[in-house]
Design a protein around this ligand. Structure first.
Ligand SMILES: NC(=O)c1ccc[n+]([C@@H]2O[C@H](COP(=O)([O-])OP(=O)(O)OC[C@H]3O[C@@H](n4cnc5c(N)ncnc54)[C@H](OP(=O)(O)O)[C@@H]3O)[C@@H](O)[C@H]2O)c1
Length: 361
């Protein structure tokens, strides 16, 4: 019997799916036993069906796995990491949950439902308890838990530290989002090279409500959204990985740049999520240099799980301004889902097969 929990990656051939395969290689809790994708790839060896885009080599165990159809039947897994397109996720993910599988989803399809946790474990791990409400309400023996849009991720981690110390009133955000956020092949190179595209469908709306749900108060029947007012403008830029956000904000209690930087630096994940393998160490890194963070230099901080903040300074209109960077396919996608799945283990919803591994928790 394996000492690890068998897991599947749904849409394993895509940009986020590959990150899952790479990040799950050697994970202490999880062993990938199934990879799925679309009809284009089903029946082919993963090494052949997948156009591998990462610098790290494809793990040897993945290369020979036959790509399976995206259905729960006979998968034999307890957790499915979903990198499905949102329209496919809406149809398929409930079938997995009904079949007793926990779906850790990157897709936007269920994020806004009142019984579905939208999780960043270093921000709101207690929201995972919505799964009890979800199972009762939908009669599922599994469930769906989601991570936010990749651009909401770093923003929300930084906002949480400031909300906790000073309270939040108003936030303006302008993003500079990497090409990989659009999947592969994504935006045509002729549209993006020597250019910037000031529009990403649906993204501004997500930025304006997702942080409010995650910063909100948990109740057993849903989350009371935080009342902070958010306004977002998004841009796609010719960067491969790493989303940058330029942020202006007004806190409830006045805070100097030094006090804000100290609060960001001191922030730690709540105890429930503080000691898991994918816990960002540290959750927030504050850079002092005048020209940081930069995507190429800073996106891999903390293995791509740490949110990097810089240029924390006074603002004449709202009080504070800063620049926030987060790795979109690691913290903002696959790494985030893996951290969510670790929280499933930590809260006892999924059990490690052999008790020896429990000592890691
Ligand atoms: N990229 C990011 O930074 C990011 C961040 C957060 C969330 N997300 C979300 O994560 C999801 C995946 O994004 P991505 O960037 O990885 O996209 P992508 O590179 O375009 O990959 C799409 C994947 O979906 C599979 N697929 C398409 N139709 C399918 C079907 N009917 N049944 C099963 N599999 C199907 C494809 O399989 P084939 O190869 O077989 O066609 C491929 O594996 C999306 O919901 C996206 O919004 C992405």
């Amino acid at each position: 019997m394996s000492a690890k929990i068998p897991v599947a990656v749904l849409a394993a051939t895509g940009s986020v799916g590959q990150r899952f395969v790479s990040l799950l290689d050697g994970h202490p809790f999880f062993e990938v036993t199934a990879l799925t994708a679309s009809d284009r790839s089903v029946g082919r060896p993963y090494g052949e069906a997948c156009r591998w885009l990462l610098a790290e080599p494809m793990p040897a165990w993945a290369r020979g796995l036959t790509v399976l159809p995206t259905t729960p039947e006979n998968l034999g897994v307890q957790i499915a990491f979903s990198a499905l397109p949102a329209d496919v996720a809406r149809e398929v993910e409930p079938c997995f949950a009904q079949a007793g599988i926990w779906v850790c989803s990157n897709a936007s399809a269920f994020r806004r439902e009142e019984d579905v946790p939208l999780l960043l474990p270093e921000v709101n791990p207690e929201h995972i308890e919505l799964l009890t409400f979800q199972q009762q309400r939908r009669g599922w023996s599994g469930g769906i838990l989601t991570n936010p849009n990749c651009a909401s991720t770093g923003l929300t981690v930084a906002l949480k530290a400031l909300q906790q110390s000073f309270g939040l009133k108003r936030v303006l955000v302008a993003t500079l989002q990497a090409a990989s956020g659009a999947g592969y092949p994504g935006v045509p190179s002729m549209d993006l090279l020597d250019n910037l595209v000031p529009y990403i469908p649906g993204e501004e709306e997500k930025l304006e409500w997702e942080a409010r749900k995650m910063l909100g108060q948990f109740t057993p029947e849903g989350v009371r959204y935080d009342e902070v007012a958010l306004s977002a403008q998004v841009n796609r830029v010719p960067v491969v990985d790493g989303h940058t956000a330029c942020v202006w904000l007004e806190t409830t209690q006045p805070a100097s740049p030094e006090q804000a930087a100290a609060a960001l630096r001191a922030y730690r994940a709540p105890a429930l999520a503080a000691d898991l393998p994918f816990t960002p160490r540290p959750p927030l890194l504050v850079r002092e240099e005048a020209d940081r963070p930069q995507p190429r230099l800073d996106r891999n901080s903390g293995g791509g799980m740490t949110t990097v903040v810089g240029r924390v300074r006074a603002d004449a209109l709202l009080g504070l301004r800063m620049v926030i960077l987060s790795h979109n396919t690691i913290r903002g996608a696959a790494g985030g889902s893996i951290y969510n799945a670790e929280l499933l283990v930590k809260t006892g919803r999924v059990k490690l097969p052999l008790s020896g591994a429990v000592s890691m928790l």
